[in-house]
Write a protein that binds this ligand. Structure first.
Ligand code: 5GP
Length: 210
């Protein structure tokens, strides 16, 4: 055992709705117990199959405003006419505990996290292999009405225009392959020199210097 420990980082996955970021995040969480997920608050309605406290904390507009007012949100944004935000306390607890934390947030939230703590942020943009595939995935998800899907297709272009602001870009053609790619990013980011605490002491000991 060495005395080297690690500071956790914030792993943001962004993509247009339906490009697969939620499936990727779920798989990562299943196999890597050193990663937690940030559960956002939202004012949008719960979709069929969603669960309170697992997919989101569903709140009223008033509750959201009060969280904002009390400085309880790390970042927040309006997406598709609803408010979304990241509760602060869980993120801080996770990072100080030496774990990493995954965020499924949009480009607006990512920009805010970058302003707050650039060194602790690792951002990944997930692209669909084609527009046709994106539409197919939104339709097969069958959680949204035709109107909502049409709106999300329009928004996809806007969301995708922000790809160049991200550290990594993955084209999600195959879920298993994309999960492996995100794993590779996580592994490399954990080895970054500035995330490893106690390295200087460790190397000094190896070199026999004080
Ligand atoms: P959905 O309604 O499909 O769950 O999410 C819509 C969009 O809102 C997605 O692009 C998702 O990444 C984004 N989103 C979800 N939670 C948050 C959040 O807490 N902050 C920000 N900025 N975006 C979020």
């Amino acid at each position: 055992m060495t005395s080297i420990s690690r500071r956790g980082f914030m792993l943001v996955l962004s993509s247009p709705s339906g490009a697969g970021k939620t499936s990727i995040a779920t798989k990562i969480l299943e196999v890597d117990k050193n990663v937690n997920v940030s559960i956002s608050v939202t004012t949008r309605l719960m979709r069929p199959g969603e669960r309170e406290g697992e997919d989101y904390f569903f709140v009223t507009k008033e509750q959201f405003q009060s969280m904002l007012h009390n400085n309880e949100l790390l970042e927040h944004a309006d997406v598709f006419g609803h408010s979304y935000g990241t509760p602060k306390h869980y993120v801080f607890d996770t990072l100080t505990g030496g774990k990493d934390i995954i965020f499924d947030i949009d480009w607006q939230g990512t920009q805010q996290l970058a302003q707050l703590a650039r060194v602790d942020l690792v951002s990944v943009f997930i692209l669909p292999p084609s527009l046709g595939e994106l539409e197919k995935r939104l339709n097969t998800r069958a959680q949204d009405s035709a109107d909502v899907i049409l709106n999300r297709m329009k928004e996809a272009s806007n969301e995708m225009s922000h790809w160049a602001e991200y550290d990594y870009v993955i084209v999600n053609e195959d879920l298993e392959q994309s999960v492996a790619q995100v794993h590779a990013i996580i592994t490399a980011e954990r080895l970054k020199r500035n995330r490893q605490r106690g390295l200087l002491d460790f190397v000094n000991k190896l070199r026999g210097v004080n």
